[in-house]
Design a protein around this ligand. Structure first.
Ligand code: SF4
Length: 492
């Protein structure tokens, strides 16, 4: 049997994990499709790729069906002699196959390989990516001069149309790539053997499951772990957690004696062992004493596109597009909900800020779960609209971070499994949860908002997503109301 072809994406999968590589060739149907948030990252990469191409006028797109690599090989050969920039040209050498983002003709008969990434810095995986390309292209007979990585410059600030020359910066990584070159052929030989195995290689779970990318097979490979595995132990380094798992310790209830625990970890383990929540009533009473009515429970949602959508915004800068506010005037009184969800494609930040200022009043505590996120966004917004700076300073003095009692383990329930996030805390304190919501986390909220606002979604789809966004954000602030009520009862 002839050896399987390895494209650069498969080569990178093989570097991450042989089991993942094997599945790509032998059990592809077991690899789930990308979720909304991952798809949004891919879509962003596509947009940035097109911007990079615009820097090479006259370039030729090789195109074609990505799966039909023989067609792409032929199309590349047809265009090569023109000595023009080529986008996605395809080459094969031995059993490896690669398509550069851009192959640029230089000097008399040489080429530069340019790989475009939607990140803001060079990562080791990018160097391996380029090293494989160089191996294939040189093997196929090209003379490669330099290997360049084009990535986003986080210092860029949009003014008017996006300027690809400002947004993208190029780094010459030729020397780093050369250092990796000797590894390529031996790697490919080993990977070919892995692909040819009759059954999946045995690979223990480990840090590679999340680096350099979150592996799509995590749900399958980690299924044997109970919910209270050492990976959930609060702030335990992941390598230590994996060491414990490899020693056969799969539950925090059964940690060996040589594991030294800090105070918070001791509370977590004790709680897991006796099945009871831990409550520090005195802490909770002191915490709740700080609340000043009326109470404003506040939560933001943001997008952070790599290509800035608006003037005066930077790559991956947060754009606040939604907030929810639950207001309670006095202890025990009914709560009312207010909110904002940006309409249309214009920059929503000014309107977001004005609406928030109108609703937050002059006094009363502003309760936020993990306030550093919302305060950072207000800091950025009021740097953009300096007339609101004084208002922001006053808001900062009114905030109370509801994460604190949970991060300090003043309350801990074994079903939190080491997490102080609102998603973990809400179901253990109330009957509410995020399950069953169309949108149940912030990354999906951002991805869906971007898709239906700036993509070509149909009206029905758009209104459905907007309704789901309103439900999700309102859930976050109602959750805080319920959590404070419950903490009040627990503190007595
Ligand atoms: S989840 Fe981990 S062990 Fe499983 S295939 Fe992915 S990287 Fe390998």
């Amino acid at each position: 049997m002839s050896p399987a072809f390895l494209s650069k994406s498969k080569y990178l999968a093989g570097l991450q994990c042989h089991k993942l590589l094997w599945h790509h060739y032998n059990a592809k149907d077991e690899i789930p499709p990308p979720d909304v948030a991952t798809q949004a990252v891919f879509d962003q990469g596509h947009v940035i790729g097109k911007l990079a191409q615009s820097l090479f006028p006259g370039g030729i797109e090789i195109g074609g069906d990505p799966k039909e690599f023989r067609q792409a090989l032929q199309a590349t050969q047809d265009e090569l002699a023109k000595r023009l920039p080529l986008f996605e040209p395809a080459f094969q050498y031995k059993n490896a196959f690669a398509r550069a983002d851009i192959l640029n003709p230089v000097a008399q008969d040489q080429w530069d390989i340019i790989e475009v990434k939607s990140s803001t810095s060079v990562k080791e995986v990018n160097l391996f990516d380029l090293a494989l390309q160089r191996y294939v292209y040189e093997g196929a007979g090209l003379r490669i001069r330099n290997c360049l990585l084009m990535h986003i410059d986080s210092a860029y600030v949009r003014k008017g149309d996006v300027d690809p020359r400002g947004l993208l910066k190029q780094e010459d990584v030729t020397k780093d790539v050369q250092m990796l070159s000797p590894k390529i052929e031996p790697d490919l030989a080993v990977m070919s053997e892995v692909i040819a195995l009759k059954s999946s290689p045995k690979v223990e779970i480990g840090p590679q499951c999340n680096a350099p990318y979150g592996c799509a097979l995590i749900d399958k490979c980690w299924a044997f772990l109970p919910e209270d595995s050492p990976l959930t132990l609060y702030r335990l380094r992941k390598d230590k957690a994996f060491d414990l798992i490899h020693r056969g310790v799969t539950s925090v209830k059964k940690l060996p004696r040589d594991v030294v625990l800090n105070d918070k970890q001791s509370i977590q383990v004790g709680s897991a062992q006796n099945g009871e929540p831990f409550v520090d009533k005195k802490y909770l009473r002191e915490f709740l004493k700080q609340l000043v009515y009326p109470l404003y429970y506040l939560d933001f949602e943001t997008i952070s596109p790599g290509v800035p959508l608006f003037d005066d915004s930077s790559p991956f800068g947060h754009i606040t597009f939604q907030f929810s506010l639950h207001i309670q005037e006095a202890p025990g009184s009914a709560v009312r909900q207010e909110g904002f969800l940006a309409q249309g494609r214009l920059d929503p930040r000014r309107e977001f800020l004005d609406r928030l200022k109108a609703l937050l009043g002059e006094k009363g505590s502003i309760v936020i779960y993990n306030e550093s996120f919302e305060l950072s966004r207000l800091d950025e917004l009021t740097a953009l609209f300096p007339a609101s700076r004084g208002w922001y300073n006053q808001v900062k003095r009114r905030t109370l971070d509801l994460l604190r009692p949970f991060r300090d383990f003043a309350y801990y329930h074994p079903a939190q499994h080491g997490s102080a996030s609102i998603k973990a805390v809400l179901p253990v304190l109330t009957h509410m949860s995020y399950e069953g919501l169309e949108i149940g986390d912030g990354a999906t909220a951002s991805g869906e908002y971007l898709r239906v606002t700036f993509g070509d979604a149909e009206e029905g789809d758009r209104s459905k997503v907007r309704k789901a966004l309103e439900e999700y954000c309102a859930q976050d602030t109602l959750a805080m109301v319920k959590i404070v009520e419950k903490l009040g009862r627990l503190s007595r």
